[in-house]
Design a protein around this ligand. Structure first.
Ligand code: ATP
Ligand code: MG
Length: 593
C-alpha cells in the first residue's frame, strides 16, 4: 500500500481544476500586479507582477472550532493553491462586531497547520482579517452612493421585507430610492457618525426591485450597529453586510478563485455586480475574482454546524470541543485521525456541484488505509478474564516466563520485533471462552485446542464460576513443543487462534470504546430535535490490559490492536506506563470465528 502523498499524480480532476487550468492556459490573471499585501487598484498597480499564479482563500468566521466540513474546504483551497503554483490566504471573516474569542482564532490556526497547510509564501505571511478592510469598504460605499448606485433606506424592517416581494411578485421601490447622491451621502455620513439608532436606516445597493433574483432587489450593504469590535474598537457604529464585505475582501487580496458552498450560488450575480462596479470605478484590481460554488460536506451520523456543535459542548453532551466523538478537527485528532487520513478523505469525496450525503464509513476507510501501513501492531485484552495453564509449573518449571516476540508490523520486517512473555497466567477476552460452544465456535471450550498467538497451543479443561454463574478463571493445559516459530510447532492442530497478554507483564489501561455520536444517519432531519437522537452508548470505558510495548508509548501513538481495530494513546491523558487509549475505529475485517 502506498502512502497518500505518493498518489499525487493520480489526483482526479474536477470542475474547479478544469476552470483553473483553463484560466492558467488563457492567462486570465497573468497581467495582475501585487502590492505585497491586500490593497486597492492603485496600490496593486504600483506593485510587482503577482508571484502567485492563483490565489484562493479560506475565510472562517472565528465563532467556533472547525469541523470535518471545514477540513474539506481547507484541503480544497490550500490544495489547489499548492498544486497550481498559487497561494491560499488564511482570512478571518470578522466583520460582525460580535466578541471574537481568541480561543477560536488559535484553534482555527492550529487546525489548519495540523492538517498540513500554511499561509507563508513568497516571503509573505498571508494571514488576514477582514475587519482591516473597513476603511476601504466605507470608501467603496461612498463611491457607490456618488455613482447613484446606492441609497440610504429608512423604511422599517417590516416595510422593507414586505416591499421586497417574493418569487412570484416583483418588489416595490422604497420611497427613499429616489434620493439624490448628495442627500444619500449626507445621510450615510450621519449613519457613520452615530446620529441614527440601530435599525433606523440601512445603505442599499440600487439595482432592480423587479429582478427575478431576489438577492438583486437592492440588497443591504451597511447596517447600523452600535457595538464594539474586537479589532476596531468603537471606531465604527456601522458594519458592512457579509454579501458586501466578502467580494471586497477577495478583491483587495487579489483572490482569483473564490470557492464557496452552494448556498451562495444565488449571491453570485451580486458578487459580480459589485466587483464590476468597483472595477469600473477604478477601486479594485482587474480582472476581479470569480466565485465558484461546490457542494458542502454532509457526513452521516454527525452534525456539521458550529451552532449545533456548540450546543453539544455547552449542554455537556460531550466533554468539550475536542471530545473524541466530535466531528471537529480537534475531536478527530484526539480520536486518532491523522492529517493524511483527512486529506485522503477530502480527495476521495472530491468536489461536485450537487449536494449529497457521504457515509461516515468513507472517513473510517480513509483512516484505515492511512494507518494500516503506519500503525504498530499490539495486543490488548479489552474484556479480560484470567486463563491459568495448570500444567505450566510441571512442564516449564515453576515461575518460568517464556520470552515471545511478534513483528511490529507484519509487512515491514525492518521495524523489528516487540517482546513480551508467556507464563502460567494470562489475560484473555471473556468472549473467547464458552462452556457450551455455539455452532462453529472455534475458541476455548472444554476439550478444544487453541493457539495463543505468538505462544503455545493449549487445550481447554473448563472454568471456575462465581455464585452468580460468571466465569472467574478459565483453565487449560499446555501442549509442549508447540511454541510459534519453533520446528514442529504446527504438528498439533489448533482449531482457533486467540490473542492474550501476560498477567505478569501486561499493563492495566483505560480504553475508551467510542461509537457514533448519533443513532440516525441524518440527525435532526425532518422536524426532529437532533439532541434526542444522540447515541446513549457512544462511549464505553473498558478496564483493559495491554502488552508492554503499547503501555510504554508516548501520547498520540497509533496502534492496530490485533482483532480489535485502530487505537491511539490519548493526547491529553495518556502517560507512558499509565495508558489511556482511544479506539479510533474497528478493523475492516471482522474477526474470523
Ligand atoms: P457553520 O454553519 O458550521 O458555522 P460556516 O459556513 O458558517 O459553517 P465559516 O466559518 O463561515 O463556517 O466557514 C468557513 C469556510 O468553510 C467557508 O468557506 C465555508 O464554505 C466552508 N465550509 C463550512 N462548512 C462546510 C462544509 N460542511 N463543507 C464544506 N465546506 C464548508
Ligand atoms: Mg458562517
Amino acid at each position: 500500500m502506498t502512502a497518500p502523498s505518493d498518489k499525487d499524480s493520480a489526483k482526479p480532476s474536477n470542475f474547479l481544476r478544469q476552470i483553473i487550468e483553463r484560466d492558467l492556459e488563457q492567462g486570465t490573471y497573468a497581467q495582475r500586479r501585487w502590492a505585497g499585501h491586500p490593497a486597492d487598484a492603485a496600490t496593486h498597480a504600483a506593485g510587482v507582477a503577482d508571484p502567485a499564479k492563483i490565489r484562493t482563500r479560506f475565510p472562517p468566521e472565528p465563532n467556533g472550532y472547525l469541523h470535518v466540513g471545514h477540513a474539506k474546504s481547507i484541503c480544497l483551497n490550500f490544495g489547489l493553491a499548492r498544486d497550481y503554483g498559487g497561494v491560499c490566504h488564511m482570512r478571518f471573516d470578522d466583520t460582525n462586531p460580535e466578541k471574537e474569542e481568541q480561543e477560536y482564532v488559535d484553534g482555527i490556526l492550529d487546525a489548519v497547520k495540523w492538517l498540513g497547510f500554511g499561509w507563508d509564501a513568497n516571503g509573505t505571511r498571508h494571514l488576514y482579517q477582514a475587519s482591516d478592510y473597513f476603511d476601504f469598504m466605507y470608501r467603496a460605499a461612498e463611491y457607490l452612493i456618488g455613482a447613484g448606485l446606492a441609497y440610504v433606506d429608512e423604511q422599517t424592517p417590516e416595510q422593507m421585507r414586505a416591499n421586497r416581494g417574493d418569487f412570484g411578485k416583483p418588489g416595490v421601490d422604497s420611497p427613499f430610492r429616489s434620493r439624490t447622491p448628495g442627500e444619500n451621502l449626507a445621510r450615510f455620513r450621519e449613519m457613520r457618525d452615530g446620529k441614527l439608532a440601530d435599525g433606523a436606516a440601512v445603505l442599499r445597493a440600487r439595482i432592480d426591485m423587479a429582478s427575478p433574483n431576489i438577492n438583486l432587489r437592492d440588497p443591504a450593504l451597511y447596517r447600523i450597529k452600535h457595538a464594539e469590535h474586537h479589532n476596531t474598537g468603537n471606531r465604527w457604529c456601522i458594519y458592512p453586510m457579509y454579501t458586501f464585505a466578502h467580494p471586497i475582501e477577495d478583491a483587495l487580496e487579489n483572490i482569483t478563485h473564490s470557492i464557496c458552498t452552494l448556498e451562495f450560488e444565488d449571491q453570485r450575480p451580486f458578487y459580480d455586480w459589485l466587483l464590476d462596479r468597483l472595477s469600473e470605478g477604478g477601486l479594485i484590481n482587474t480582472p476581479h475574482p470569480r466565485q465558484y460554488e461546490f457542494a458542502r460536506l454532509n457526513l452521516t451520523y454527525v452534525v456539521t454546524s458550529k451552532r449545533k456543535l456548540k450546543q453539544l459542548v455547552d449542554d455537556k453532551h460531550v466533554d468539550g470541543w475536542d471530545d473524541p466523538r466530535m466531528p471537529t478537527i480537534v475531536g478527530l485528532r484526539r480520536r486518532g485521525y491523522t492529517p493524511e487520513s483527512l486529506q485522503l478523505f477530502a480527495e476521495r469525496i472530491g468536489v461536485t456541484k450537487a449536494d449529497s450525503w457521504i457515509d461516515y464509513s468513507t472517513l473510517e476507510i480513509a483512516l484505515r488505509d492511512d494507518l494500516d501501513p503506519k500503525a504498530a501492531r499490539g495486543m490488548a485484552v479489552l474484556e479480560p478474564v484470567k486463563l491459568v495453564i495448570d500444567n505450566w509449573d510441571a512442564v516449564m518449571g515453576a515461575g518460568h516466563l517464556e520470552p515471545c516476540t511478534a513483528p511490529v508490523h507484519p509487512h515491514q520486517p525492518e521495524r523489528g520485533q516487540r517482546s513480551f512473555s508467556f507464563g502460567k497466567a494470562l489475560w484473555i477476552e471473556r468472549g473467547d471462552y464458552e462452556e457450551v460452544p455455539p455452532k462453529g465456535y472455534n475458541r476455548l471450550f472444554p476439550g478444544n485446542k487453541v493457539r495463543l498467538k505468538y505462544g503455545y497451543v493449549v487445550e481447554c479443561t473448563g472454568a471456575d464460576k462465581d455464585a452468580a454463574g460468571n466465569v472467574t478463571t478459565v483453565h487449560a493445559t499446555l501442549i509442549p513443543d508447540t511454541k510459534s516459530g519453533t520446528p514442529g510447532s504446527d504438528s498439533v492442530k489448533a482449531k482457533g487462534v486467540i490473542t492474550w497478554v501476560g498477567v505478569h507483564d501486561a499493563v492495566p489501561a483505560q480504553v475508551r470504546l467510542y461509537d457514533r455520536l448519533f443513532t440516525v444517519p441524518q440527525p435532526g432531519a425532518g422536524d426532529k430535535d437532533f439532541l434526542e437522537e444522540i447515541n446513549p452508548d457512544s462511549l464505553k470505558v473498558a478496564q483493559a490490559y495491554v502488552e508492554p510495548s503499547v503501555a510504554a508509548c508516548p501520547p498520540d501513538t497509533r496502534f492496530q490492536f490485533e482483532r480489535h481495530g485502530y487505537f491511539v494513546a490519548d493526547r491529553k491523558e495518556h502517560v507512558a506506563g499509565r495508558p489511556v487509549i482511544n479506539r479510533v475505529t474497528g478493523l475492516k475485517d471482522t474477526w474470523a470465528k
